[in-house]
Design a protein around this ligand. Structure first.
Ligand code: URA
Length: 422
């Protein structure tokens, strides 16, 4: 087998055979296929797609690239959640401890920023001392001790995804249903969770821009999970405007802690509770009360135990960017649009995401929102605050915000989109 013939097959709109898929995924994981060759193949897949057989085989090959974990020794049912990626999507941070506080074990394997979307691990790494990389034994220890763990997939778990995920981030090959579905489901199936709730984002700030594409991604992933014996459900949720009032690493940790303390923006609380209910039902705990666990502080207790168990100091001050720049409202009226993609690109350009896969991210960088669609704003009042350690980035970030928002005359009717669409 040679990689050029595999690339040509997909470039010319052919179907990859099972043998081609098994070989190329394994050869890439071993380093026998180079990054530039896999980039070409990923681009061919993005442009020409894959059928269900190819996706199932590609996912199976990614699972087989590494080991599988087994949580059958745990006394609690396991539940996990994965988002397809959004702007300001910090939901995993309050959700994992909340669901654990309600009786499930939550082994939350998470990722880094991808394109203009933020990554849970990049966010949590802004907590001084916190470690994303745990061995399988450490992961089990944290899960047993705290009830939830949020960490990177260990080196041994779906290593093909680890390499391909970082490559797609910097080669414009993220937005492909076969690649997103296999990336997410290979990790989750290899991880061995009993149940999985997928948060499939739809809108400008998501990789799926239309409901039809999001439905197809959701049904592909639910099919893969079900075929591998994982109870899998999906919600389609809105990503036309950022979630909450922050997009950026430390900024989002701060907001998540507010949610765990019983406050936080209403949309973040609503989605956290909706996903918690789905996870608890899928885990066989339909009578658990996540609202109570937020209100009585038990979710916060799990958060503190989990952060400490992973080396972090839950009481440490979070990093703050050295420079800020305020964008003001151009007129008085009703904010009718604040575009998730534009805000995500601005946060990325300010340093919250990467341009090359080896780049570090800035913990304090990002965008803070002072108003959300539907709010009344005054001309000249702050609308957004941009945060970065490198002020030369402001101009570049501001370019992406040039048409990010619209203010309509005072009194204009505004119909908010629901957060959970389907
Ligand atoms: N999350 C993943 O793990 N992979 C993707 O491709 C997109 C979101």
């Amino acid at each position: 087998m040679d990689v050029i013939s595999v690339i040509r097959t997909k470039r010319d709109r052919g179907e990859l055979s099972d043998e081609q898929i098994d070989w190329v995924v394994d050869a890439y994981t071993r380093g026998a296929v180079a990054d530039e060759q896999m980039s070409a193949l990923a681009m061919a897949i993005l442009l020409n797609g894959m059928n269900r057989r190819e996706i199932a085989r590609w996912t199976a090959a990614m699972i087989a690239s590494g080991e599988r974990m087994d949580f059958s020794s745990l006394s609690r049912p396991t539940a996990d959640k994965h988002s397809t990626g959004g702007v300001g999507d910090k939901i995993t941070l309050p959700l994992a401890p909340l669901v654990a506080a309600c009786g499930a074990a939550v082994p939350q394997l998470s990722g880094r920023g991808l394109g203009h979307t933020g990554g849970t691990l990049d966010k949590l790494e802004s907590i001084p001392g916190w470690r994303a990389l745990l061995s399988n034994e450490e992961m089990l220890d944290v899960l047993n001790g705290a009830g939830s763990v949020i960490c990177a997939a260990g080196d041994g778990l779906a290593p093909a995804d680890k390499k391909l995920y970082a490559l797609r981030d910097v080669t414009g090959t993220v937005e492909a249903i076969p690649l997103i579905a296999s990336s997410i489901m290979s990790k989750k199936i290899a991880e061995g969770t009993g149940s999985l709730v997928l948060d499939v984002k739809v809108g400008t700030g998501a990789f799926m821009k239309t409901l039809d594409d999001a439905r197809e991604l959701a049904s592909t992933m639910v099919g893969l999970g079900t075929d591998h014996g994982v109870r899998t459900v999906a919600l389609l949720t809105d990503m036309s405007t950022p979630l909450g009032l922050t997009a950026g690493n430390a900024l989002e940790v701060r907001e998540s802690v507010e949610v765990l303390a019983g406050g936080g923006p209403a949309d973040v609380v609503e989605l956290t509770l909706a996903l918690a209910r789905e996870m608890l039902a899928a885990a066989g705990l339909p009578d658990a009360d996540p609202e109570k666990a937020l209100a009585d502080g038990s979710a916060m207790d799990v958060w503190r135990r989990m952060i400490s168990a992973q080396g972090g100091d839950p009481d440490a001050a979070l990093p703050v960017a050295r420079e800020t720049h305020t964008v003001t409202a151009p007129a008085s009226g009703v904010l009718t649009r604040l575009d998730a993609y534009d805000v995500g690109v601005a946060a990325w350009r300010l340093g919250a995401g990467r341009a090359r896969k080896e780049d570090p991210v800035q913990a304090g960088a990002g965008v803070e929102l002072h108003a959300r669609p539907g709010d009344t704003v005054e001309a000249g009042a702050p609308l957004l605050t941009l945060h970065t350690d490198t002020p030369e980035r402001f101009a570049y970030a501001l370019e992406s915000l040039a048409s990010a928002y619209e203010v309509a005359p005072p009194g204009t009717d505004f119909a908010a989109r629901p957060i959970v669409l389907e």
